[in-house]
Design a protein around this ligand. Structure first.
Ligand code: PLP
Length: 389
């Protein structure tokens, strides 16, 4: 056999393992110091009550002969697809049920969708961004062009008509920068994609953090998007499903064969999300569920606000935090990302994520997350003020 040699082209993913190695080394030599971690992109609050109650009920159904269920539909049960449809409707997007595909999370579908596209396609990826877009395309042997996101464009790059591309990635609100595109900016991307006959892969995993009605939560809020975009969303950050696993992908029928091809791909390679998880996911969209997850999101947003306000006080340039769990800051005193990481760890025992881990334009920047507890975030910001103000 021959292996897929494209894997040799992947860069080793050292970021989080290096962080944890450096943190444990420091901790073992400084056992008297309390380290606060503002680096991880995982949630910390538990599933809300509406979700766990629905899942308990579903467990009982599965243990009862008359209500037991075996294999479910690969695209998800209609009860959940309907809940997603109504959710979109609540922000003025009309979808048909068979445009909605339930998945075990956005990461899997972002990788799996590439089955539908030829290897010859040129891929356009913003830099810095969630590393999965780059790595999945390297594995498939596709050539990648990068568009620069930087301080000059507030980390919201716009299309360049002179660059040819076939597959375009957009992540808004963005991981790691927290920057969010407005409708006019997304319209420019849609116009560009339509002209290029390209497809936009729109990652809206953090849409629930958007609180300004004017900012789009879905790309389909903008005219023309159904003719060129596939949208990926997830309950991971919305409702704490990082370990429970459920998401949804929208493949509009306007995209020609792609909707039917995705049905074929999913029915061949995927056997659906567990019934119990789908019942929990359905509960996220109930009135009670929406109220409860909003409390959790508000909790994280209060942390983000605190981080952002403190950085402002300390005169540290940053974006994000307002409509995102991430705050993206420029490292003070021209430090590079790893220098700043060491500096924070040694001086105030705060752990964040070096921006250089998300692409070359991330060098000199740093990501803090609001997914920790309020008490820890407050203490971390007190230390920041002491050091920088
Ligand atoms: N998309 C982005 C931008 C993310 O940051 C993440 C997770 O951190 C994901 C997708 C993955 O989501 P899921 O847990 O649904 O696989």
């Amino acid at each position: 056999m021959n292996i897929n040699s494209n894997y040799d082209n992947l860069e080793q993913s050292y970021l989080f393992s290096t962080i944890s190695k450096k943190v444990s080394e420091y901790a073992s030599q400084n056992s008297d110091k309390t380290i606060i971690k503002l680096g991880i992109g995982d949630v910390t609050l538990p599933l809300c009550k509406a979700v766990t109650e629905a899942m308990h009920k579903a467990v009982d159904e599965m243990g009862n002969q008359s209500t037991f269920r075996g294999y479910g539909p690969e695209q998800g049960y209609d009860f959940l697809r309907n809940a997603v449809k109504n959710y979109y409707k609540s922000h003025s997007v009309d979808l048909e049920l068979d445009e909605i595909f339930i998945s075990d999370g956005a990461k899997s579908d972002l990788g799996n969708i590439l089955d539908l596209f030829s290897k010859e396609n040129i891929v356009l990826v913003p830099d810095p961004v969630y590393p999965v877009y780059v790595d999945t395309n390297i594995m498939a042997g596709r050539s990648i062009k990068f568009i620069n996101a930087n301080g000059d464009n507030q980390f919201l790059p716009l299309p360049d008509e002179n660059i040819k591309s076939d597959i375009i990635y957009i992540c808004s609100p963005n991981n790691p920068t927290g920057a969010v595109y407005n409708k006019e900016q997304l319209k420019q991307w849609i116009n560009y994609a339509l002209k290029q006959k390209a497809v936009i892969l729109f990652d809206s995993a953090y849409e629930c953090f958007i609180s300004d009605e004017k900012l789009p939560r879905s790309i389909y809020e903008i005219e023309g998007a159904k003719d060129c975009a596939i949208e990926f969303c997830s309950l991971s950050k919305t409702a704490g499903f990082t370990g429970t696993r459920c998401g949804y992908t929208i493949v509009p029928k306007n995209l020609g064969k792609l909707n039917k091809m995705w049905v074929r791909r999913q029915t061949t390679k995927f056997n659906g999300v567990p019934y119990i998880v789908q019942r929990g996911a359905e509960a996220v969209f109930s009135v009670e569920g929406q109220k409860e997850i909003k409390e959790n999101i508000d909790y994280y947003k209060r942390n983000a606000r605190l981080i952002s306000d403190t950085l402002k006080e300390c005169n540290i340039w940053h974006v994000g935090g307002k409509h995102s769990p991430y705050v993206w800051l420029r490292c003070p005193n021209n430090m590079n990302s790893w220098e700043f990481f060491e500096f924070l760890l040694k001086n105030i025992q705060i752990v964040g994520t070096p921006g250089s881990g998300f692409g070359k334009n991330g060098e000199g920047y740093f990501r803090l997350t609001s997914f920790g507890s309020y008490e820890n975030t407050k203490e971390a910001m007190r230390r920041f003020e002491k050091l920088f103000k």
